[in-house]
Design a protein around this ligand. Structure first.
Ligand SMILES: [Zn+2]
Length: 108
């Protein structure tokens, strides 16, 4: 599979300028300068997910109980997939530090 060249980005850990080239199936990368683990993802991803869930809740508002929950889950997934497909590469991307929760739980 061909890699995608996303252009220049700044490492959030060491401010080094990076050429981000990733295969389409893996958006996890590592800074070659400071070895920080980075995540490459669309900007405002959390907001985008929240918007999809809220939109799903509005559409499913007339359903009751378990059906409402099921509708919200299914519709959220549909909106997420549709939104990602429609917006695609138009969404601005960002480099963020990967959060490794297991490291913070390590006992010293
Ligand atoms: Zn770095």
């Amino acid at each position: 599979m061909a890699s995608i060249n996303f252009g220049k980005f700044i490492c959030p850990a060491c401010n080094a300028s990076l050429q981000v080239i990733v295969p389409p199936d893996s958006l996890d990368l590592r800074c070659p300068k400071c070895a920080a683990e980075l995540v490459f993802r669309p900007r405002h991803q959390n907001l985008f997910v929240l918007a999809c869930v809220v939109l799903a809740a509005i559409v499913a508002r007339n359903e009751a109980g378990p059906l409402f929950v099921a509708m919200v889950c299914i519709l959220s997934a549909v909106f997420l997939l549709l939104g990602s497909a429609v917006l695609g590469r138009l969404r601005p991307m960002e480099l963020k530090l990967a959060h490794r929760y297991f490291e913070t739980l390590r006992v010293r």
